[in-house]
Design a protein around this ligand. Structure first.
Ligand code: TRP
Ligand code: ZN
Length: 891
């Protein structure tokens, strides 16, 4: 082990705790500078572990006293543990008093202040920053919480469960007592205290029970909570209808806070949200924001069953709740979207996200299995692999056992494990046991390799038609590349949903029953499937609806891809065929080192999509958007970010000019009349109109035409909703139009008091396509803007993460200035908020595949950060893994 490396926690070292805490009675005397916490716990020895002291976790606390059954007891402090050797074997009462300092807590983990109110964040290990405890998810206790605070500054006092008492105290203070009837792990504990207001709604469920729903926000934000409330109600209805899972609480509260490390948190009965994942109004939020809010509100609500009622035994099982809950929120969003085409749009967006973020993770320094084997800092493993790849794994269960079979599996899972802290194996067993004889149950051990192997499997497919025998033989082969620390990979279970089309696009019967779609289950390195009665060479449509998270090489010609793009019954594969056509051209140009020229056939195909009489606008927008630069980089062994950027810009310019008249027609035909609603149909029209506008402004830049920039500016000024306003602004900024500067200035003046909109203003500038280093220079200058601060995670991300993680061509510079900027920001951030610093640190995950001179300069910047002696565990783990990944590559 390298010097200064933090110790690794290993999955296989799991042991039950020596003691259980069954009940806890917490009292908070809330004060920003010094909050007093009194914790009275009912503790019992774990009969399964009869030896060993009581070890409680605690960080950044001032300990005042420790009593067992009312008497003081001897203890010692070992690092972040409070160790009590002499605890009785019989059940006992443990009382601890300590203080903490919420206003100095810039890490936003534990108890902290934001905008003058108190909030908590306890997942994963934040509760130990509030008081000493067995802060691990397999210790589940029943909580009673008393909050005392100044009544005028903190009129609202909230915690989990039901309000059981409240009243006035001396000195202008007041109190509230909350009791949560459900035993829970400490990571689901929450407190909120402040001057907040609530939107309220009473609802009656199918089962006939009444519930009170509340959304708490700062004064002035109430009118932005309607969409969140509607999303919450829709989530309740859906979970009961689809999975038979009702709300189990009389009161369900949601609270918004502007300083928050992630999207939101599923604390039992008291979900806490980043305001960016909660607040929306037509004037300030885009269609994408409305959609994201709906899905995050649903995600946190769904955790009430998948996470809270059944929780994780240890943090290695994180995907048990996160993968499953993302799967559930994705299914919810698709059901809410309604039409088959709107569902496909959801699926395409999810897959695009997976490819842009998870695939690079899975081939970089931080590659890890869905159920990791070790970590130094658990906060580093709230990743797109655990969440999004985990959700794809759950989707494959459903594909293998069918929708009804999956619902039966979920039912069995809750029958077996309600109220327990369990593992991914328990989930797999429940789904398989409810579906005996299914392709899942018969291959369960092989299927579970999805939990243990990192890396994205490569699936190769080659077909051969035998005209004489009238057969089509499909050979499937799989291979998963090595990842850091995992050399040899075994074959995985890959469900391949597929069909065959004839040359004219007609679906062919795959069997005697006449089915035109089937699921091939690949579970070996190589397998062959034969289809009978196939008269002529078919076009295979494989991996429909993206039935497994793999990279597919089907070797299809452009002609075959065009057939799929025009005729496949699977909308996902129609989109995919178009993306592949574009990708093939871009990769060809990059590999040949030649300028990119789009072929007339490709341009005509795109024109066909844009003018198609039946396709949805939302689908058209997705089909006409070129593959992202990070996805293109994924296809290459050596990555030159500037070359990729140049190729994409060239492709875009050619599409803009070749389809100019069609873009004009599309822009005009997709104006939405009437009041704003974020429904799929009108947001699809806005998306296509905005794409058309950005193409027209881009083309005007090269043709010298002033009409479209002028129109964009006018639209920016007159827009009645944020989607159109930001779309027009982006068209100007992304094309580098002269009117961009006055538009940006006007936008800032209009929204200077709305932090979430100012975040968009920063992000738009930091993500603009780089031209001659101007975007980087502007972004760097913006760190000196009076509105910029590293203390607010949303603001830090809007500028620093936007530039370093989402704008490769601005970030990767031959003069290494991007890397110097990155190192400075990571180090500055680490002193404030290690979780956010460590997220930004991940911009260098894939430094070792960069072309020179980027590679050497990037390595130097990573080494400079790693050399800092007092780094957080969070950042240290990221930069050391980055350096190590380069070493293994070189050898
Ligand atoms: N469990 C949360 C979710 O997926 C996310 C989460 C984990 C989180 N750790 C956090 C949120 C820290 C905020 C801060 O919904
Ligand atoms: Zn979650």
């Amino acid at each position: 082990m390298r010097e200064g490396t933090s110790p690794l926690i290993h999955r296989l070292d799991y042991q039950q705790p020596a003691y259980w805490i069954r009940k806890v009675d917490l009292t908070f005397d809330l004060d920003p500078a010094k909050t007093l916490v009194t914790s009275k716990m009912q503790v019992e020895r774990n009969r399964a572990v009869p030896h060993g002291p009581l070890r409680l976790h605690g960080e950044e606390l001032n300990l005042l006293r420790v009593l067992i059954d009312g008497s003081s007891v001897s203890f010692r402090q070992e690092g972040h543990e409070l160790v009590i050797e002499g605890a009785p074997d019989a059940d006992f009462a443990l009382e601890i008093r300590n203080t903490c300092c919420p206003e100095k807590n810039t890490a936003l983990s534990g108890l902290y202040t934001s905008g003058g109110s108190f909030f908590t964040q306890c997942e994963a290990e934040g509760f130990r920053r509030i008081t000493y405890f067995l802060d691990r998810p397999d210790v589940m206790a029943v909580y009673t919480v008393t909050l005392r605070a100044d009544a005028s500054r903190y009129p609202i006092l909230l915690s989990n469960g039901n309000l059981t008492d409240s009243g006035r105290l001396d000195n202008g203070r007041h109190f509230a007592v909350w009791s949560d009837p459900f035993p829970k792990p400490s990571y689901l504990f929450a407190v909120v205290a402040g001057d907040l207001v609530a939107r309220e709604q009473r609802v009656r469920t199918r089962a006939g029970k009444d519930h009170l729903l509340q959304v708490y926000v700062r004064r002035g934000d109430l009118e932005k909570t309607e969409h969140a409330m509607n999303s919450l109600i829709a989530s309740m209805v859906w979970d009961e209808a689809r999975f038979g899972l009702p709300l189990d609480l009389e009161r369900f509260m949601v609270v918004g806070v502007s300083d928050f490390n992630m999207g939101a948190m599923e604390n039992k009965g008291l979900n806490i949200f980043n305001t960016s994942a909660l607040l929306a109004s037509p004037a300030t939020a885009t269609d994408a924001d409305f959609h994201r809010i709906e899905s995050i509100v649903a995600h946190e609500y769904f955790h009430n069953w998948t996470g809270n009622r059944v929780t994780c035994r240890d943090w290695f099982q994180l995907s048990l709740k996160e993968g499953l809950t993302v799967f559930r929120d994705q299914e919810f969003s698709m059901d809410m979207a309604g039409t088959p085409s709107a569902r496909a749009v959801c699926r395409i967006q999810d897959v695009r996200q997976l490819r842009a973020l998870q695939f690079p993770e899975d081939s970089g320094a931080m590659a890890h299995p869905v159920r990791p084997d070790s970590y130094a800092e658990i906060n580093n493993f709230y990743t797109t692999t655990v969440y999004e790849k985990g959700a794809e794994v759950v989707r494959m269960y459903q594909t293998l056992v069918g929708r009804k079979g999956f619902e039966a599996g979920m039912k069995l899972y809750f029958e077996r494990h309600d109220g327990q802290a369990v593992t991914c194996d328990d989930f797999a067993a429940a789904i398989a046991d409810a579906n005996p004889g299914s392709p899942l149950a018969t291959r369960l051990d092989t299927f579970k390799r999805w939990y243990s192997q990192a890396g994205t499997p490569r699936l190769t497919a080659r077909g051969e038609h035998d005209a004489a025998a009238r057969t089509y033989t499909l050979r499937l082969a799989q291979h998963t590349p090595a990842t850091p620390g995992q050399g040899d990979k075994q074959p995985q279970v890959i469900p391949v949903v597929m069909g065959l089309l004839d040359r004219h696009g007609a679906a062919l019967a795959l069997n005697a029953a006449g089915d035109t779609e089937t699921v091939l289950v690949l579970d070996q390195a190589e397998q062959t499937f034969v289809f009978e009665n196939i008269d002529s060479e078919p076009v295979p449509s494989l991996l429909r609806d993206f039935s497994a998270p793999v990279v597919l090489d089907d070797g299809l010609s452009d002609a075959a891809l065009l057939v799929l793009m025009r005729h496949d019954s699977d909308a996902f594969n129609r989109w995919e065929a178009g993306q592949r056509l574009a990708l093939n051209r871009i990769l060809h140009a990059l590999r040949a080192g030649q300028p990119l020229v789009l072929s007339p056939a490709f341009i005509e195909a795109m024109r066909g999509v844009l003018n198609h009489p039946e396709l949805d606008p939302a689908f058209k927008e997705l089909a006409l958007t070129l593959p992202g630069e990070s996805y293109i980089a994924e296809q290459l062994d050596v990555v030159d970010p500037q070359a990729i950027h140049a190729a994409v810009m060239a492709a875009q310019a050619q599409l803009a000019s070749a389809l100019r008249d069609d873009w004009i027609a599309a822009f005009e035909a997709h104006q939405v009349q009437g009041g704003y609603t974020p429904d799929p149909a009108s947001s699809g029209k806005r998306a296509l109109a905005n794409l058309a506008l950005s193409m027209l402004v881009l083309d005007a830049r090269s043709s010298g035409d002033a009409v479209w920039p002028g129109k964009a500016y006018q639209r920016f000024k007159d827009a009645s909703n944020m989607t159109d306003r930001l779309g027009a602004l982006a068209a100007l900024v992304n094309a580098g139009a002269e009117l961009a500067a006055p538009a940006l200035e006007r936008f800032h003046a209009l929204f200077k008091d709305d932090a979430l909109v100012i975040d968009k203003w920063f992000a738009l500038q930091a993500r603009a396509p780089e031209v001659d280093g101007r975007v980087f220079a502007r972004a760097k200058a913006l760190t000196k803007h009076p509105d910029f601060t590293l203390r607010n995670p949303n603001r830090a991300r809007s500028l620093v993460a936007s530039l370093c993680m989402f704008n490769p061509a601005a970030f990767h510079r031959t003069d290494a200035a991007g890397y110097v900027f990155w190192a400075d920001q990571v180090l500055a951030m680490d002193a404030i908020n290690p979780q956010i610093a460590s997220r930004i640190a991940r911009a260098m995950d894939r430094w070792s595949v960069l072309a020179e001179p980027y590679r050497s300069a990037a390595r130097e910047a990573v080494a400079r950060v790693a050399a800092k002696p007092d780094l957080s565990t969070d950042v240290r783990e990221i930069v050391e893994r980055a350096l190590a990944s380069g070493e293994s590559q070189a050898s």
